[in-house]
Ligand binder design. Sequence first.
Ligand SMILES: CC(C)(COP(=O)(O)OP(=O)(O)OC[C@H]1O[C@@H](n2cnc3c(N)ncnc32)[C@H](O)[C@@H]1OP(=O)(O)O)[C@@H](O)C(=O)NCCC(=O)NCCS
Length: 196
Amino acid sequence: MIRAQNLTAVGTVDLARLSAAEAVARADHLAHIYGSAQGAAAEPASGWAAHLVTSVQEYAGATVRVALSGPAVGPPGRAAREIVGFLHGYDLQLQHWWPQQVEPALRARGHGFWLEDAFELVELDVLPQAQGRGIGTALLTAQLAEMHQRRMLLATDPAGRARVLYRRLGFVDLVPDFVYEGTAYGAALMGWDRHA
Ligand SMILES: CC(C)(COP(=O)(O)OP(=O)(O)OC[C@H]1O[C@@H](n2cnc3c(N)ncnc32)[C@H](O)[C@@H]1OP(=O)(O)O)[C@@H](O)C(=O)NCCC(=O)NCCS
């Protein structure tokens, strides 16, 4: 279970960092939040959950931070606390899939150094009914404050509202018009630097 001493009060929602075992036990629920938040853009839940399980067990620096509902958020009439949003990522390592995808584009724009001493933000999702209450901001702010890395890198929908949130927290555009090789799938690559 989530230990009380790991909780940090943020309004009516508490934040906690899950152990690998806790993340594995909640993988299906996290996949549900991911699917609900991402909608049509979501990958199938089973494959997504399988990657989460692999990463928390095998990837260096794997981190799952969650926001737990307080009295004011969550299904009406249910007293039990539920995870309503989460952040997932790990140490950015060049042998992983995503860095291999984005490395050439970053280097071509003179941003290769962003790949050093960085945290790869894989996912930040909040249940639709809990969005717009500061939960995403709280999860990301906690990670930026507590991670040991100097930098954080992410890819997001170029036309999405999440970009506003990232810019507000100090992220800058690195490759705003990135396209995954062999696909028509575009993304904006953004980065945060502790010393910027
Ligand atoms: C992006 C997201 C994690 C932000 O969490 P949140 O708790 O809603 O955000 P906060 O309340 O802390 O901050 C609000 C800001 O988040 C962004 N935001 C709010 N709702 C959003 C949504 N449905 N989709 C994307 N961004 C959203 C906006 O920038 C908003 O600020 P604005 O109202 O001034 O434009 C959350 O909205 C979400 O899960 N969205 C859908 C999935 C997604 O886009 N994830 C990011 C993938 S990189």
